[in-house]
Design a protein around this ligand. Structure first.
Ligand code: G6P
Length: 603
């Protein structure tokens, strides 16, 4: 939620900040703005809407400076508007602030500041920050003291950058529960919510921990929560710039769908091989520990939660340990039963999802072992968990997740195989699954190559208003993910239902012509789902079947046959394409769907 970028150095910051914002646009795109220092004054350009609106309003000849901060917003407090766009300033124009997060006590602070004569221009929570800075600055005439006192007042989450003509070469930086990275480039120092925004300038990154601060000018000085100076080491991030390039594809989502075989291959590389048991680098669980486990929770949000469901299916089948998959925002508030015999696994592509991080903290407090699965090196979740396993999908830019999902599914299945092997269970099946895991990228390529048929189908469906996706077992979990993809990017309502459950209510919605996707990849239960499809067909539904079985129906999408534990990795691909092509046919912005953001750092 919200992306921020900052730069101080000896080049013009404006093109760098605009470029950085564009890379971070997946974090929010309701409004955007930049503040720079020029002639000892703060200059601001900001507007409602996408970053290109901001670009259009900037006079690049005049709007020039070597220090600046920038923001792209996902609205929480206050509608998307120019007034609510960041940066925000105090009334004396001493401080300009960009902020990602939520200041929970802003109403209280705002009231107090109004009583002290401050007047506000926006409905945002953020505006209290420059006002507080000014309030404290008026008291002590000391910017650093004002910074300390301001941070002491704030409750909630924040990544904050502040510039001020009072310290014309300095950016003040603070972080709590919202991500921030700092990188030293050849021509200056860069700060951003996320690595891709500044990857062009450096590969060595400093990751701020919660409540750490930084004062950045010619160099960067870090401070801990008590404002004592600390030393931090930079970490080298081995990402290439072309990983964040569209590489000739029309959209990031299409590119990322095509990258899925590679993403899966990279994720499993070094973990799964033919001649050995599944192994994780720097991480192991012993048999004694696994034998005393009475429960596993997999906790996540959105698509990552759907990957968790496939994890439940695999772990229960291979290890016979009960697994519950929970939406993080529910888990954290419902007093779950967790103790030292519970293993909690948290899946998050970004590693920054606020609810998932809070759920992880809760599990740790209750002495459960915690494992994070994340796609972003050194993301917040990885620093909170006892152990981390990374997916290596590479940067995922499109808001709707595709290659990260496939990698999460592959990894959690490999993890299930790993646990079963340690427990000495289902060894033959584990070996078969390992073999198939290695063959999957080739099968995925075949499905991707055949994408013309999905386009034809999309043209038929694009004007629909309600669809169903049904399946059993893992096929139901894929139905959920397929339905989510469609909602996210094409704005068409759809429901995913366990095939056998449809007749307990939702079948009442099936009319002549209603499209129903059926997913059948498990021969043991294929007859059952087929009967359910017949039930809707006899009520006039148009059935589209995705299957690896030899089934004759009017509209069948055939995919290669693999073990049902692994079938989600293949059966989801046609559904991703169909959602994508429908959105394109409707002329929608596939990569940045309305109201959504990729990284949800507020609860
Ligand atoms: C947002 C994104 C989804 C994502 C979910 C969880 O809603 O739009 O694509 O699945 O957050 O994100 P995470 O980074 O925790 O996997």
């Amino acid at each position: 939620m919200c992306g921020i970028v900052g730069y101080v150095g000896n080049s013009n910051c404006v093109p760098k900040l605009v470029k950085g914002l564009k890379t971070l646009e997946y974090r929010g795109y309701d409004s955007a703005g930049i503040a720079i220092l020029k002639n000892e004054e703060i200059w601001v350009a900001k507007d409602k809407g996408r970053i290109h609106n901001l670009e259009d309003m900037i006079d690049y000849k005049d709007f020039v400076g070597t220090i600046g901060i920038a923001h792209t917003r996902w609205a929480t407090h206050g509608i998307p508007s120019k007034n609510n766009a960041h940066p925000h300033m105090d009334q004396n124009k001493h401080f300009a602030v960009v902020h990602n997060g939520i200041i929970e006590n802003y109403l209280e602070l705002k009231e107090q500041l109004i009583m002290h004569g401050f007047s506000f221009q926006s409905e945002t929570d953020t505006e209290v920050i420059p006002m507080l800075m000014e309030y404290y600055y008026q008291k002590d005439n000391d910017v650093f003291e004002a910074f300390k006192n301001t941070l002491n007042e704030l409750k909630g989450s924040y990544a904050i950058l502040i510039i001020t003509p009072l310290l014309p070469n300095t950016i003040l930086v603070a972080k709590k529960n919202s991500p921030l990275v700092v990188g030293k480039g050849n021509d200056g120092i860069y700060i951003a919510s996320d690595i891709p925004a500044i990857l062009e300038y450096t590969k060595d990154f400093f990751f701020l921990e919660d409540e750490e601060k930084a004062i950045i000018n010619n160099d960067v000085t870090f401070y801990n929560e008590h404002f004592q100076e600390i030393t931090k080491n930079a970490k080298y991030i081995d990402w290439e710039m072309d990983a964040i390039d569209k590489k000739g594809f029309e959209d990031y989502m299409l590119k990322e769908i095509h990258e899925q075989p590679e993403a899966l291959g990279n994720t499993l590389n070094g973990i799964v091989g033919l001649d050995k048991a599944v192994r994780f680098v720097n991480f192991s669980l012993d048999k004694e520990y696994l034998e005393q486990l009475n429960h596993i929770y997999i906790v996540a949000c959105g698509t990552a939660m759907h990957a968790g469901l496939v994890g439940k299916y695999s772990i229960e089948m291979l290890c016979r340990i009960p697994v519950d998959v929970e939406v993080a925002s529910e888990f954290r508030y419902r007093n779950p039963i967790i103790n030292a015999n519970t293993l909690c696994i948290f899946i998050s592509q970004s590693g920054e999802t606020a609810d998932t991080i809070a759920a992880l903290k809760l599990a740790r407090k209750r002495h459960a072992k915690t494992i994070a699965i994340s796609n972003v090196f050194e993301s917040s979740i990885t620093r909170e968990a006892d152990h981390t396993i990374y997916t290596h999908a590479g940067p995922e830019i499109a808001v709707a997740s595709t290659k990260a999902y496939i990698s999460q599914v592959g990894l959690i299945v490999a993890f299930a195989v790993y646990m079963a092997e340690v427990l000495d269970k289902e060894l033959e099946l584990c070996h078969d699954i390992q073999k198939e895991l290695l063959a999957l990228p080739n099968y995925m390529e075949q499905i991707i190559e055949n994408n013309e048929q999905y386009y034809e189908l999309a043209k038929k469906i694009k004007n629909e208003h309600d669809l169903f996706y049904i399946g059993r077992g893992n096929d139901y979990y894929v139905a959920m993910e397929g339905s989510l993809k469609l909602k996210e990017i094409s704005y068409i309502h759809s429901e995913a239902y366990p095939a056998g459950e449809l007749k307990h209510g939702p079948i009442a919605l099936v009319e002549n012509g209603t499209f129903v996707f059926g997913i059948i990849t498990d021969s043991n239960i294929s007859e059952k789902t087929l009967s359910n499809l017949e039930e809707v067909k006899s009520r006039g539904a148009n059935i589209i079947l995705i299957t690896n079985q030899n089934i004759k129906k009017e509209h069948v999408i055939n995919i290669p046959n693999v073990h049902p534990i692994l079938s989600p990795i293949l059966s989801i691909i046609p559904l991703q394409f169909i959602a994508y092509f429908i959105a394109k046919e409707k002329g929608l912005d596939v990569d940045k769907p309305r109201n959504l953001a990729k990284s949800v750092t507020v609860e």
